[in-house]
Design a protein around this ligand. Structure first.
Ligand code: ADP
Ligand code: ADP
Length: 234
């Protein structure tokens, strides 16, 4: 069965009196494992879809089911716990806490689930090493490059070993080479952990790396092109 099942998702943003439709009836199954890339032009609803899938936003209508769990049926505390355990999110602007260093940023989401500070620090060190940031543990975000911040954000998303890792335009703010390095890094982590990775992107390099490509336009899934049917022979 799919890892996640989305049915009839709708979401509008409210700008004063004006309703801005962002999702207009999304039906989508997310395959377990591999890279799923949600591709579409700017403003097509990719971020909104990722935020709903990541249980950061609730839809106005429709059903979300992840790993057999229906987030709508959870209260806020249960939803936070579910997200912490099951879902890692890499935000487009990284959302690192500026007063914490790299190690503390990675450790932060573990505080809910791991009481032993020594174990947390050890895992955070291992994760930073795994993303190639050994020796950078005590640097704060403003002392790191864009690519290094992205690596910290990826390490943080992996902190609680989630089965679902979501990344919003993970290469958008990176130069081409750094973007390629980040894609290779995520590919390696995906293989090693078996987790399901879902990205939003319009970066051709990331679209090329997709195992499953989903196209979205104007808040709706664009059906895949099917080859023309062979002429039927009477
Ligand atoms: P994408 O990630 O593909 O660029 P978004 O999901 O960010 O698309 O946006 C989908 C639509 O919703 C766009 O029309 C965008 O302008 C609108 N939108 C997104 N966030 C907000 C917001 N906070 N307030 C109002 N409108 C928004
Ligand atoms: P975008 O993808 O549209 O550029 P972000 O991914 O940076 O924007 O953030 C989108 C929204 O998610 C923001 O409205 C922000 O308030 C919210 N958000 C950011 N970090 C968290 C978090 N750790 N937990 C819950 N919501 C968050």
């Amino acid at each position: 069965r799919p890892l996640a099942r989305l049915r009839g998702l709708r979401k509008n943003y409210h700008l004063g009196e004006v309703q801005v439709p962002a999702l207009r009836g999304i039906d989508l199954d997310i395959t377990a494992g591999g890279f799923t890339v949600i591709a579409g032009p700017s403003g097509s609803g990719k971020s909104t879809l990722l935020h709903v899938l990541g249980c950061i936003d609730r839809p106005d209508a429709g059903q979300v089911e992840i790993d057999g769990i229906t987030p709508r049926e959870l209260n806020d505390d249960q939803l936070s716990a579910f997200r912490a355990r099951r879902i890692g999110f890499v935000f487009q602007n990284f959302n690192l806490l500026p007063v914490l260093n790299a190690l503390e940023n990675v450790e932060y989401p573990m505080r809910l689930l791991e009481r032993d500070g020594t174990r947390r620090r050890q895992r955070a060190r291992e994760l930073l090493a795994a993303v190639g940031l050994q020796g950078m543990e005590t640097r704060r975000p403003n002392q790191l490059s864009g690519g290094q911040r992205q690596r910290v954000a990826i390490a943080r998303a992996l902190a609680n070993a989630p089965g679902l890792v979501l990344a919003d335009e993970p290469t958008a703010n990176l130069d081409r080479q750094t973007g390629a390095d980040i894609i290779a890094l995520m590919r390696r982590i995906q293989r090693e952990t078996g987790a399901s990775f879902v990205f939003s992107s319009h970066d051709p390099a990331l679209i090329q790396a997709a195992d499953v490509l989903v196209r979205i336009a104007d808040g709706q899934i664009v059906p895949p092109l099917t080859p023309p049917a062979a002429p039927s022979v009477p």
